[in-house]
Design a protein around this ligand. Structure first.
Ligand code: ADP
Ligand code: MG
Length: 293
């Protein structure tokens, strides 16, 4: 898409490129988009945060780890072309490199999923390394790319299913950090402590470096007083873990997937697209702070 980055600059006043990390040759940062509740904005955030990071210049891979395959569909990958999918990666039948599709967004790729993933948990239940399948696949992709002299990915975003099952555990075991989308609704905080407990358990048993990257409030409706109350409550409970950027409820965001496009391509000027660009710059700023620490 020629001109896409230029358009982004025209829209975004802050100089996003200046805060971009230069990490050539380094392992990608792996972020798991997780929340066991469905419909809170995990997939929407994976697609649009991924697109915004790519627009800023990052090289991004989205791994669709939800059997529903919404991230794959939302990025325009039709069912028929998913001949190698995340399922084959998790069973070890194929290499991650062979599942990757490029998308309409420059620098954004996706490993699509299929309904086969539904059966995976039973199939690998007795494997000793069952929780580390995704971590191994990402590590081997990095090595392959480095040996081939290719530019690797700088970010891997894993779109988790709405459950704390073995798929989500694999994502957390593979991740540097978890990004938690929370919908601005009455029950937003319900289930959060269970999610945080799971992150603690994975940190203790599988992945000592795992942290919470941040909590992103989604589908905010300024006309709804309850939404503002939820934002205040979540900030009071989780403090600076909550990103400053709040994603508004925006019809363009929900229309975009049916066109197989991220909202940044579908309607860059929309409030949703602009919010995801701000979120991407916040994510990168947090990364820079972590690196400096
Ligand atoms: P999850 O992956 O957590 O199940 P989704 O990202 O699929 O959640 O979002 C659930 C539904 O809400 C989808 O139909 C999506 O299009 C819609 N949606 C998500 N974020 C927004 C938003 N900011 N504005 C409007 N609709 C949204
Ligand atoms: Mg989803």
């Amino acid at each position: 898409m020629p001109g896409f980055r230029e358009k982004v600059y025209a829209m975004e006043k802050s100089d996003l490129a200046s805060i971009r990390l230069s990490r050539s040759g380094q392992k990608p940062r792996v972020l798991a988009l997780a929340n066991q509740k469905g419909g809170v904005g995990k997939t929407t955030t994976a697609i649009n945060l991924g697109t915004a990071l790519a627009a800023i210049g990052e090289r991004v891979l989205i791994i669709d780890l939800d059997p529903q395959g919404n991230a794959s569909t939302g990025l325009g990958i039709d069912q028929k072309s998913r001949t190698v999918s995340t399922y084959d990666i998790m069973t070890g039948e194929a290499k991650l490199a062979d599942a990757i599709h490029v998308t309409a967004v420059p620098r954004l790729s996706v490993s699509p999923s299929t309904l086969d993933l539904l059966g995976l948990e039973l199939e690998i239940a007795n494997d000793r390394d069952r929780a580390h399948k995704l971590k191994k696949a990402i590590a081997s992709l990095h090595v392959t790319q480095m040996l081939a002299g290719e530019e690797g990915f700088t970010y891997v975003l894993v779109d988790c299913p709405p459950s704390l099952n073995l798929l989500t555990i694999n994502a957390m075991a593979a991740a540097d950090a978890v990004v938690v989308p929370l919908q601005c609704e009455f029950f937003a905080l319900e289930g959060l402590s269970q999610l945080l407990k799971t992150v603690d358990q994975v940190r203790e048993s599988l992945n000592p470096g795992l942290s919470i990257h941040g909590i992103v409030l989604t589908m905010f409706d300024a006309r709804n007083n309850l939404c503002s109350q939820v934002v205040d409550d979540v900030r009071a409970f989780m403090g600076t873990k909550v990103y400053d950027t709040v994603i508004p409820r925006n019809v363009r965001v929900s229309e975009a997937p049916s066109h197989g496009k991220p909202v940044l391509l579908y309607d860059l000027k929309s409030t949703g697209a602009q919010a995801y660009l701000r979120l991407a710059s916040e994510v990168i700023q947090r990364e820079r702070a972590l690196q400096a620490a």
